[in-house]
Design a protein around this ligand. Structure first.
Ligand code: PCA
Length: 221
């Protein structure tokens, strides 16, 4: 018998967060993911999972999670200190170029995420609709034109490449959202409850809105 909080047949939304990195004690992306775990949003159940802030293994774990949960939607979260809003990323690029070492001490410079793959992928989330819905609730939100070139961009690129090329994943949508610091970590910041509520609204919007009107998703070569 499946527990009542996890009914069989309910489609899932996979939400990932990262472990702390770069000397921080906390990573709000994992706390926000956990805050959403088990929530029902527009007929879907949220499953939160943690990724290591390590090039390579983060993507291996993500690929396994996508195969395991078969989600309708995948939203990866990460911390971007300096951002003041829920920051919905537009584009993932095929570059690892680390300014600091990851949690395993690796620091790739000017390396492709996936050799020979397209230069970039657009998010397949309705980023403008999500921004509008979150802002309408009074929560700061923005569309970002760069997810950087560290582990977050690598995971975002690897996710979009997997969804574009993996067997049976054509209908699965995905994207990446960066979050500000928590107030106890520094400024600019956003309280965890506001992050979680903004993300809930964003996920709901993504589930009920297929795509932004003017731009589709896909590879940029
Ligand atoms: N932020 C980093 C990696 C892990 C995280 O939470 C980034 O923006 O690449």
């Amino acid at each position: 018998m499946v527990a009542s909080t996890q009914p069989a047949g309910v489609p899932t939304v996979l939400v990932t967060g990262f472990d702390p990195f770069g000397g921080d004690a906390l990573n709000p992306s994992w706390l926000a993911a956990q805050a959403l775990h088990g929530k029902r949003i527009a007929g879907h159940r949220v499953v939160a999972e943690q990724l290591p802030t390590v090039f390579g293994p983060s993507l291996t774990v993500l690929r396994t999670l996508v195969r395991q949960h078969r989600p309708a939607l995948v939203i990866c979260l990460g911390l971007a200190a300096g951002r003041h809003a829920i920051s919905i990323e537009r584009v993932a690029i095929n570059v690892n170029d680390a300014r600091i070492a990851d949690n395993a001490g690796e620091q790739p410079v000017d390396e492709p995420v996936v050799d020979g793959a397209p230069a970039a992928y657009f998010s397949s989330l309705p980023i403008k609709a999500m921004r509008a819905a979150i802002q309408a609730k009074g929560i700061p939100a923005e569309v970002s034109q760069t997810a950087g070139t560290f582990v977050c961009n690598q995971v975002f690129y690897g996710l979009m490449h997997l969804l574009a090329t993996g067997r049976g994943l054509k209908a699965t949508r995905g994207g990446f959202i960066h979050l500000p610091l928590l107030p106890e970590q520094g400024e600019p910041s956003m309280p965890l409850a506001q992050m979680a509520e903004g993300l809930r609204i964003g996920i709901r919007t993504a589930l009920v809105t297929k795509a932004d009107a003017r731009l589709g998703a896909g590879a940029i070569s």
